[in-house]
Design a protein around this ligand. Sequence first.
Ligand SMILES: CCCCC/C=C\C/C=C\C/C=C\C/C=C\CCCC(=O)SCCNC(=O)CCNC(=O)[C@H](O)C(C)(C)COP(=O)(O)OP(=O)(O)OC[C@H]1O[C@@H](n2cnc3c(N)ncnc32)[C@H](O)[C@@H]1OP(=O)(O)O
Length: 257
Amino acid sequence: MLGQIARRLGQLHGQQICNGLNGVRFKETHRHLQSSFKTVRPISTIPLWPFSSRPRDFSQPNSSWSPEMRKAYDHYIALCDTDNENGEKTKGPWRKLPSYNRSIKYATGGIHLSKFIQAENRLFTRSVKEQGATFEYVVFVNKEEKSCVCVFQSGRLLEGAPGHVHGGAIATMIDTVTGTLAGYLSGPIMTANLNIDYRNPMPLGSVVLIHSALDRIERRKTFITCKVTSTDESKLYTEATALFVSISVGHLFGSRN
Ligand SMILES: CCCCC/C=C\C/C=C\C/C=C\C/C=C\CCCC(=O)SCCNC(=O)CCNC(=O)[C@H](O)C(C)(C)COP(=O)(O)OP(=O)(O)OC[C@H]1O[C@@H](n2cnc3c(N)ncnc32)[C@H](O)[C@@H]1OP(=O)(O)O
């Protein structure tokens, strides 16, 4: 019964995703739902519609952001579309992308499905609740230039060499930012290849810019270039190239295109 409800929801809100997931995880979903029904709450605290229609955007300023992080954020926000005092829209070249804690939430209806499907899973970069401890970041995309910039502040749990950011954490952010741009331009993708040159150690707690741009698209392949610099762009920390291959959602569940 619950499986049927979940399946119906998927049909209503995310046909494409649902096709990929149909029948794969509903046993697990059923178990999750049964265990959540064990906790009885007073009726007044139960919302009529149990799904938030607006997933939380984690790339909003918070108290862990340093003045440098806030300054870089404000700089790019000022270049985004805005409403002036007369209520008129001014077009800017940049657009701030929201950042959810599961990639499934980006798909149509994904906000609903994420409550059923592997509900405990979290996007690696958004998995730690303590603000400022790991990855604080916000991505702005420039549609015309097919590029994006991420303002990234590293937290104390990302240490590699003493006082510096772990190379794997830097790779994670490069994968995330280049992957976000590739996904924005090409739809569902997976990283096929990531090449990284670490040029200078990145101090832990520092704020950096991760610039990514489209190199080219060839059939299912989207090639992205990336540079990580200080916020004034005077210091180069890391350079990378990445290849993303377009996939069907079924690819994530074992079927080849
Ligand atoms: C629900 C969907 C979600 C999608 C999300 C998208 C956007 C959402 C937006 C924001 C989300 C927020 C954050 C995003 C964060 C991070 C993104 C990170 C993504 C990852 O972190 S993901 C994990 C690591 N990733 C893997 O776990 C992949 C394992 N792997 C495979 O799943 C297959 O391997 C695959 C799919 C890569 C290819 O498999 P396949 O069978 O579909 O295609 P095939 O092999 O035929 O290759 C087709 C053409 O690519 C060439 N090619 C392939 N591989 C190559 C390589 N390594 N080097 C050079 N060229 C290569 C071939 O040579 C051929 O080229 P040609 O067309 O010229 O012949």
